[in-house]
Design a protein around this ligand. Sequence first.
Ligand code: ME8
Length: 497
Amino acid sequence: MSNNAKKFYITTPIYYPSAELHIGHTYCSTATDVMARYKRQRGFDVMFLTGVDEHGQKIETAAAKEGLQPKEFLDRIVAGILDLWKLMNISYDRFIRTTDEYHVKTIQKVFRMLYDRGDIYKDTYKGKYCVPCESFWTETQLENGKCPDCGREVQDAEEEAYFFKQSAYADRILELYERQQDFLTPKSRVNEMVNNFIKPGLEDICVSRTSFKWGIPVDFDPGHVVYVWVDALFNYMSALGYLNGEYHDIDRYWPADVHFVGKEIVRFHSILWPAMLMALELPLPKQVYGHGWLTINGQKIGKSLGNAVDPYVLAERYSVDALRYFLLREFTFGQDGDFTRERMLTRINTDLANNLGNLVSRTLAMQDKYSVAADPDNVEPEFTVLMNTTHAEFDAQMEKFAFQNALQAVFGALDRANKYIDETTPWMLAKDESKRGELETVINTLRYAIDKSAYLLTPFMPDTAGKIQSQLNGSAREVLFPRIDIKKELEYLEQNG
Ligand code: ME8
C-alpha cells in the first residue's frame, strides 16, 4: 500500500472475554469488517483494530471459580474468540489484548500524566458498583435500586480511590457535539448523552480500585489498579504505539475515523473518552457510531439473559456469508432489531437463493446452453445507467453506515435483472437465428449486472463474490445458496439450534 493512500482507522470495542460469544458480538465485528473491506476495496490504507478487554473483577472471579490464574483462564477464551473471527472472516489488521505488556506500559504512563496535570486526584469513593458491567453508579443513576444498564443488583462500595475530573469537561463536551455534528451518530444518541448524563451534572469518575488485584497497577501507588474503562478506552491508541515502542503508526492512523460501539457503551466513548483526550491535549476521534442491539423478544441477546444464539451453528448450516448478509441486511444498524430464526431463513431464501443465486445460475446456464461468448461491452444502456446509479447509491449509504440501504440498492438492481430475463425471454430469442444479436446482448447485460453487483457485495460476502467472479470466468458452477424448506428447517433448529 502506498503511503499516500488515504487512511481509514476503524475499531470495534474490545470484547470482554466470555466463553459464550453470541450473535450480538458477531454483529458488531461483522459490521466493522464490512466497512474495513469496503474502504480497502476503494484504495484506502485501512487499520482495523479489534481485541479483548481482559481486566476487572469479573474476570478475576470467573477465573477463581475455575481454579485458574486469570491469564490462564483468559488464554483459553481468547483462543475461542480468535477462532470465531476466523470463522466469520473478520479481516482485522491488529488484535490487542489489554494484558499485552506494551498496553500496560501505555496505561501506566497515561494515568501518571493525567495525575501530574491535576486531572486525576485522590479522594474517597462512596457509591454503588455493578460487577458484571464494571460500572460505578451514584444513587440517583440507579433504576429501582438496580444497575440502569443491565438491571442487576449493585454493591455498596467505599474506598480510597483516584478520580478523574470529568466534571471539568462538561462544557467542552457539549461544544464538541455542537461543533462536530457527526461526532456522535445516530443523532438520537446525542440527546441521550446530553439529557441523561451531561445536563443532570457530569460527575467526576472513580478511576482506580483497591478491592481486587486483576488490573493494571497504578505504578506510583501500589494497591491501586486502574479502572477498567480507562484501561480499555486507551487501547485505541496503545495499539498504534502511543507511549510504547511496540508499534509506530500513531501519526499515520490517529485520530480514528470511527469507533463502532454498541449503544450501552456510547457514554464511555462520547463523554469519558473525549474528556480524557482533551485533558491530554490529544486529537479526538472523528466519529463514534452507536449501533443498536440484537434482541430476542425485545431483550438484548447476551449470556446473562440465557438466550444466546450460537453463530457457529448458523454459519455452519447456512454459510458464513449468509449469516453476514442477514445481519447487515435485516436490521437497521443504528437501531435495535429482533432476531428470529424465521426472519433469518426467509431473508436467506428471498434474497440469496431466489434473487441473487437464481440470477447467477439462470444467466450462466443460458450462456452455456446457447453458447454465447462473453463480451463485456455488449450491454443494454438501461443497465449501464442502472448499475452506475446503484453504485452511487451504494456508496452514499455506506458512507452513512446504512448497510441495510446499501444492500437494498444492490438487491434492487438484481431484482431488475431477474425481471429483465422474464421480459426478454432469452429462450424464445434462442429459437430464432435472426434474434441472435439480441440474445447476445441480453446474456451479456445480465453478466454485466452480476459482475457489478458482485463487486459491490464483496465487502459483505467475500467468499460468495469470489465464487461468482470465478463462475463468470468459466469455472465449474455450484449452487450458491440452496433454497431452504423453512418449515422443516425451523423444526430442525428447534431441536438442534
Ligand atoms: O462492552 N447486540 O465489551 P462487551 C448488539 N469491553 N451488540 C451487542 C450485543 C447484542 N445483543 N451484545 C453485545 C464491552 N454487543 C467493553 C468494551 S471498548 C473500549 C470496551 C456488543 O464484550 C456491545 O454492544 O460487553 C459492545 O459494543 C460489544 O458487543 C462488546 O461488548
